[in-house]
Design a protein around this ligand. Structure first.
Ligand code: GDP
Ligand code: MG
Length: 439
């Protein structure tokens, strides 16, 4: 998605005359990309109007950085949609806060329950879990295993088949024991939705949750709108958690869900492990959706590490990005750790690191540094094309570093892309005169 949107905006920059027709064409292209990324069709139509109204094309001063203005308008409009301007329920210390999870089967409720319980536990809350899924065989076992791993007290029953009874008993017991966060996991079903909804409402009225959370799989696609609406009408949840944002899905469904229900996203699931839960941040989420990399988060993180980027920045300003610059970036990344989190943030590396866990990602980066270490200084300070002229060097470098030619090629192709980008950015800055900030 990001690539297509960026391509659309870049094409506009290249158009011989930046007229309104080119602008309309670009808006159409962006809209198509958003629909393909599962953002709701009607929502996209509105978005298009908003952007058109924000960027008043013929009123733009001749030297304005149009590309940047338009990208920012798209970004702001999307952020505005995922930001419902409403706060979710805040759990209070010293009292029993009951949180109930709802959502379809496989959405990630049971996994996320434990993640959230751990999150609260780490912040000093006395936390526990109640398993009210008596529908699926093995549901209680799954929760028990997760809870045990996280050292969180739990309640469930292997004999009681009425989920309402289990939920009520569990919540009552934990309230008496002065637990502060009581999370109730419920069952989700695919094909018996009426039964699911009836059960959900019964549990809800039995335990009177302070907060009902709907768990939504990021890959739900265009169905997100109808589904979140149906849940909202029946179980009136006050918060959304989007799971599996580490997967291949574009995540547009999340935007549709918020727009349809005016309910805030509070957390996102970023993996299968207990710690893979992050506070939701609208700006970061939209940055990733648009393929801009999580610029804000990354900039803050890099600043906090006080890395020396002067050489690389100087080169980029001159429109260059050498193999050595690539190596420096890899080394910087290696120092930033947890890689699985960082992979998606870094433009240029996100593609290489996709789907890897910390260990795999770390290995991969190490091998890339080995590759660079087997190059000569001349090669390192080149734009990488030197290897095209002398392919045998690629074989040597692969052998010298104990890697494969394919890996050397992959590294050089990534570096080549960055070099192209640096060149283009310099071109743009030149064309747009002073103040043209490349983005
Ligand atoms: P439930 O039926 O709603 O309770 O869903 P589960 O919690 O059992 O999760 C279904 C599957 O999704 C399991 O295999 C989980 O490991 C997986 N899962 C849940 N959350 C995430 C996530 O954020 N990322 C990934 N990659 N997998 C997840
Ligand atoms: Mg479950």
């Amino acid at each position: 998605l990001g690539r297509r949107i960026n391509a659309a905006v870049t094409d506009l920059g290249r158009a011989p005359t930046l007229d309104e027709k080119a602008f309309d064409g670009m808006l159409k292209e962006i809209s198509n990309a958003l629909v393909e990324a599962d953002v709701n069709v009607k929502l996209v139509a509105n978005l298009r109007k908003t952007i058109k109204n924000t960027v008043k094309f013929h009123e733009l001063p001749p030297h304005a950085n149009k590309k940047r203005l338009i990208q920012k308008a798209v970004f702001d409009a999307l952020v505005d949609i995922v930001n419902p301007h409403q706060n979710a329920y805040q759990a209070k210390k010293g009292k029993s806060n009951v949180i109930m999870f709802v959502g379809l089967q496989g959405a990630g409720k049971t996994t996320t329950c434990t993640k959230l319980a751990r999150w609260y536990q780490a912040r000093g809350f006395k936390t526990c879990l109640v398993c009210a899924d008596t529908f699926r065989a093995g549901a209680f076992d799954q929760l028990k295993q997760n809870a045990t791993k996280a050292k969180i007290p739990y309640y469930g029953s292997l004999t009681q088949t009425d989920p309402v009874v289990v939920a009520r008993d569990g919540v009552e017991k934990f309230k008496k024991e002065k637990f502060e966060i009581i999370i109730v996991d419920t069952s989700g079903r695919h094909h018996q939705e009426d039964a699911l909804f009836a059960e959900m409402v019964e549990i809800q009225s039995a335990v009177q949750p302070h907060q009902t959370v709907m768990v939504l799989d990021a890959s739900i696609g265009q169905a997100a709108e109808a589904q979140s609406r149906a849940f909202k009408e029946t179980a009136d949840f006050g918060a959304i958690i989007i799971t599996k944002t580490d997967g291949a899905a574009a995540g547009g469904g999340a935007i549709s869900a918020v727009a349809a229900t005016h309910t805030p996203i509070v957390f996102i699931g970023t993996g299968e492990h207990l710690l893979d839960l992050e506070k939701f941040n609208p700006e970061s989420f939209v940055s990733k959706l648009l393929g801009m990399g999580d610029m804000q988060g990354l900039v803050e993180h890099v600043q906090s590490l006080k890395l020396d980027q002067k050489e690389t920045m100087k080169n980029v300003a001159e429109g260059k990005f050498t193999v050595r610059n690539m190596k420096e970036q890899i080394e910087n990344i290696s120092r930033m750790g947890p890689l699985s989190k960082l992979g998606g943030m870094v433009p240029g590396l996100s593609g290489l690191m996709q789907g890897m866990d910390d260990e795999e990602g770390g290995m991969k980066l190490k091998r890339m540094v080995f590759i660079c270490d087997s190059m000569t200084n001349k090669e390192l300070d080149s734009d990488g094309k030197i290897f095209v002229q002398e392919p045998t060097r690629m074989v040597r470098v692969a052998r010298g570093s104990g890697t494969s030619v394919r890996e050397v090629e992959e590294l050089l192709s990534q570096q080549g892309m960055m070099a192209q980008m640096a060149k283009r950015m310099k071109g743009m800055a030149g064309a747009q005169g002073k103040g043209g900030n490349p983005m």
